[in-house]
Design a binder for this molecule. Structure first.
Ligand code: FMN
Length: 148
């Protein structure tokens, strides 16, 4: 069965400091490990999130549509793409984390979509965006918060 991918953008409601982000990551990694979900979360100083979720279709969709989407810590959630794709891009990460700058996201999304910030949901597959996120993450060899 091909892993299912879902990529979305969102914006925090209130500024989240390092401690709050660490709690979020710890909870996410525990849940994701139990449900065979992997992925990465990018976060900018302005509070924008870009997350890639990958794993069994039902698990990924349940997590996003029944938990993440209604999480009061963020809003303006917009799915950039979702669907099956042959391989996981972040297979060893229950939830990787990277700081990013707003310009990084603009570059990633601009390159992937050819328009400004790519805020319109688009059909999957979006291998180009997945590949760009993977390249971005791999450039930074020292993660801010290592996987446990
Ligand atoms: C930006 C963001 C990303 C999140 N990513 C995950 C995740 O990958 N896995 C996860 O279990 N929860 C994640 N959460 C937390 C969920 O939204 C939710 O709080 C969690 O699943 C607990 O839900 P519950 O309180 O209904 O049990 C994320 C929340 C935010 C704000």
């Amino acid at each position: 069965m091909q892993p299912y991918h879902l990529i979305y953008l969102s914006q925090w409601m209130e500024p989240m400091g390092a401690a709050a982000l660490e709690v979020l990551l710890h909870q996410s990694r525990t849940y994701n490990r139990q449900h065979d979900i992997t992925g990465v979360l990018l976060h900018t100083p302005e509070g924008r999130f870009l997350q890639v979720l990958e794993g069994p279709r039902a698990a990924v969709r349940h997590l996003y549509y029944h938990a993440i989407l209604s999480d009061p810590r963020h809003h303006h959630c917009r799915v950039l793409g979702e669907g099956p794709w042959p391989t996981r891009s972040f297979a060893t990460w229950t939830m990787g984390f990277r700081h990013a700058q707003a310009g990084d996201l603009r570059t990633l999304l601009g390159e992937a979509t050819g328009d400004s910030l790519g805020l319109t949901p688009r059909p999957y597959p979006r291998p180009q965006l997945l590949g760009l996120v993977l390249d971005f993450v791999e450039q930074d060899r020292i993660p801010t918060w290592q996987e446990q």
